[in-house]
Design a binder for this molecule. Structure first.
Ligand code: 3PG
Ligand code: MG
Length: 397
């Protein structure tokens, strides 16, 4: 996909003295007191900001935080804690500018300001043209660097990309797209995807899209239970969606027709209750009792899948394969995580639970690329063109 890269503009000296407006995704989790509990997205946004500063630009950065009501400022919606954390990380003080839409503020070359939560502006969510027109006037160059919000067509993620004099991709957005392209568009084979989670329904379009492309589709969690049912196995009281058996069967058949496979677990870890202290019993997949809950894949299955992952050329990972938050049911996810870490395959991972598993097993450095996108990452796996890339491609033409 064609788009202008901010790094190229900077290298060509085109950002010097310019007003650069960066849309980042600084939507980080906070505790009840407003403390930031996880700052990956802030860290990931700094290279674009530093790039703009180094290029001699006057830098404005904005993001949404949560889902506030437009036009109604509440202290908990403020980006102030984000500015503080970013300031610490960049070793400079970062001013927060409120009520900025009409441009009643100044920012000098070499300075960076954080423009208050963009979802407080009336018209942001629905990308109203009046707002987009004002946003475009604030800058000379618009930099879209918010991969986590690249699936939304809002004022600061889409409207401004149409109205700004120049619209380009920041280094994070570009890196995400490059990594995803490497994994899905022209992958080193075999390409193995792991799609796990509680429901087939929420990931059906992803499973269908991947079934056309991947060599192996490893399913886990409640999704695997539905596939086990489709394969004629009993799953007791386990979470599953019997209504979607037809769709699961169609995915298995589509894969088979291409000489690819959906490995069905041969052993599982069961319990009689969903609890951290529930007794865990390893069983053959054919021996699941009527009152059993399947909470993880079994050790034989995990070892076989690990072998496949070690032989893969490319791995796409979304979702833990068991209830890894409970020690008795974490083995499957842990073995998969370690296999990905040890594999020479190019690996890409995304999604909240997946990132939590990566952090738990300390394999951050051994995964080829960790996406900052939640919903955006999933939409890319579905094969959708995200609004961010559609509009940036149009502006590059
Ligand atoms: C996310 O956290 O997934 C992104 O920041 C997008 O947020 P949204 O779902 O509120 O648009
Ligand atoms: Mg919040």
């Amino acid at each position: 996909m064609q788009f202008i890269r901010f790094s190229d503009l900077c290298a060509q000296g085109k950002a010097k003295g310019q007003r650069v407006f960066i849309r980042a995704d600084l939507n980080v989790p906070q505790d009840d007191a407003g403390n930031i509990t996880e700052d990956t997205r802030i860290r990931a946004s700094i290279p674009a900001i530093q790039m703009a500063l180094d290029a001699g630009a006057a830098v404005m950065v904005t993001s949404h935080l949560g889902r506030p009501t437009e036009g109604e400022f509440k202290p908990e919606d403020s980006l102030t804690p984000v500015a503080a954390r970013m300031g610490q990380l960049m070793n400079r003080s970062i001013r927060v500018v409120a009520n900025w839409v009409d441009g009643d503020f100044s920012v000098a070359p070499g300075e960076v300001v954080l423009l208050e939560n963009c979802r407080l502006n009336v018209g942001e969510k629905k990308n109203k043209p009046e707002l987009a027109a004002k946003l475009g006037k604030l800058c000379d160059i618009f930099v879209h660097d918010a991969f986590g919000t690249a699936h939304r067509a809002e004022g600061t993620t889409y409207g401004i990309a149409e109205t700004a004099p120049i619209a380009c991709a920041g280094p994070l957005l570009a890196a995400e797209m490059d990594a995803i392209g490497k994994a899905l568009a022209n992958p080193k084979r075999p390409l193995v995807a792991i799609v796990a989670g509680s429901k087939v329904s929420t990931k059906l379009t992803i499973l269908q899209a991947l079934a056309k492309n991947v060599d192996g589709l490893i399913v886990g969690g409640g999704i695997a239970n539905t596939f086990m049912l489709a394969a004629g196995l009993k799953i007791g009281k386990s979470l599953a969606e019997p209504d979607l058996l037809g769709e699961a069967t169609a995915v298995i058949e589509a894969m088979k027709a291409r000489g690819a496979e959906v490995p069905i677990p041969e052993d599982v870890v069961c319990a009689k209750a969903f609890a951290a202290d529930a007794e865990a019993t390893v069983k053959a997949a054919t021996d699941v009792a009527d009152d059993d809950l399947i909470l993880d894949i079994g050790p034989k299955t995990a070892a076989k899948l690990a072998e496949k992952l070690k032989q893969a050329g490319t791995i796409v990972w979304n979702g833990p394969v068991g209830v890894f938050e409970f020690a008795a049911f974490e083995n499957g996810t842990k073995v998969i995580a370690q296999a990905i870490a040890e594999s020479s395959a190019f690996s890409i991972a995304g999604g909240g639970d997946t990132l939590a598993a990566i952090a738990k097993y300390g394999i951050e450095k051994d995964v080829g690329y960790i996406s900052t996108g939640g919903g955006a990452f999933l939409e890319v796996l579905e094969g959708k063109t995200l609004p961010a890339f559609e509009v940036l491609a149009r502006r590059a033409a």
